[in-house]
Design a protein around this ligand. Structure first.
Ligand code: FO1
Length: 325
């Protein structure tokens, strides 16, 4: 089938599936929406980690082992920064640094984050459009047993150790959704909306928290397909399971489903994964959700698109749209 595909993505897990989708969907038909809740100002630089990861993964510049930053990296800047007493808890490689310096320069000149992201991704030969969920600032903050923390301070400086009690997306209520996303969601021949296997709490929900986005997905004609980021109660990478547990939810594929049950028409889970609700079971499809190789990414992307194209998902999409808002 043809038609536009919209993918909501955070960092590592999402970027892998986005790469698989980019291998199957024509560039002009794939719109990748990046979470910007992880963004922060550091050393005078404007840093957008999920946009960075998508940029590096889609251009083949990523360091697959580390999951973020560039391959073939060197760390002279960090070593020199340490010598002059700068903050070195957030690692910026010598090659990676160029992206942050150039993005910061263009933002300071008044360009929007979307315009800067579009220019840099095209410069790096990336076909599909990569856009921030909003050009307005949204910042994930976490209330923890060590007080309120900015996201990167929790995630990197404190290695996700603090116990999370509440997550808020500062600025979300005043943020405008990116127009290209709203246009795509309203397109009659939209083929699929894909919720990539990123952390629901800190990568997907900041996107859904931008006013208008969740409602636009709820009424979209295209099936909404999600891939569980949890296998056998554990996240494949990052603090998803720990955060869910600390927020009082037993980590499971079911728990993630319930975070956006009202939106989902198909839910890809690892073969053998137990689901406990009639809604999730009716929408569940077994898949190899652990993506180690490029072939794995493409195979999962194909399963996602087949799920979206299936009559079952399209029937669920019709039911969803008929539900009162
Ligand atoms: N993650 C780390 O665990 N340690 C780092 O020093 C680090 C630096 C970094 C620099 C640029 C960038 O785009 C991402 C970076 N990340 C680092 C990953 C980042 O914190 C996460 O990718 C997201 O914020 C969570 O998805």
């Amino acid at each position: 089938m043809t038609g536009k595909v919209v993918a909501l993505s955070g960092g590592v897990g999402g970027a892998k599936l986005a790469l698989g989708l980019a291998r199957l969907v024509a560039p002009e038909d794939l719109l990748i929406v990046a979470n910007t809740g992880d963004d922060f100002e550091h050393l005078g630089l404007s840093i957008s980690p999920d946009i960075d990861t998508l940029t590096y993964v889609l251009s083949g510049l990523d360091d697959t082992g580390r999951g973020w930053g560039r391959r073939d990296e060197s760390w002279n800047f960090m070593a020199s920064l340490k010598e002059v007493g700068g903050e070195t808890w957030f690692l910026l490689g010598d090659r990676d640094l160029a992206l942050h310096v150039e993005r910061t320069r263009r933002l300071r000149q008044g360009e929007s984050l979307a315009a800067v992201t579009d220019a840099i991704t095209r410069q790096l030969g990336i076909g599909p459009a990569v856009i921030p969920m909003s050009d307005d600032p949204v910042r994930t903050k976490l209330r923890t047993d060590q007080g309120w923390l900015d996201f990167q301070h929790y995630f990197v400086r404190l290695h996700c150790e603090p116990r999370v009690e509440e997550i808020v997306f500062e600025g979300a209520a005043d943020a405008a959704p990116h127009p290209a996303l709203m246009e795509a969601l309203a397109e009659p021949n939209l083929r699929a909306i894909v919720i990539c296997p990123s952390n629901p709490l800190i990568s997907i929900e900041p996107i859904l928290a931008v006013p208008g986005i969740r409602a636009a997905i709820a009424r979209a004609a295209a099936p909404v397909v999600a891939v569980s980021p949890i296998v056998a109660g554990q996240a494949l990478k990052g603090p998803t399971a720990k955060m869910l547990a600390e927020l009082g939810t037993k980590p499971s594929a079911e728990a993630v489903f319930q975070r956006y049950a009202d939106l989902l028409d198909a839910y890809l889970v690892e073969d053998g994964e137990e689901l406990s609700s009639a809604e999730s079971r009716a929408r569940a499809l077994p898949a190899a959700t652990i993506m180690r190789s490029l072939d794995d990414r493409v195979a999962l992307a194909r399963r996602v698109l087949d799920a979206a194209d299936s009559g079952t998902a399209r029937d669920f999409a019709s039911l969803r749209r008929a539900r009162p808002a």
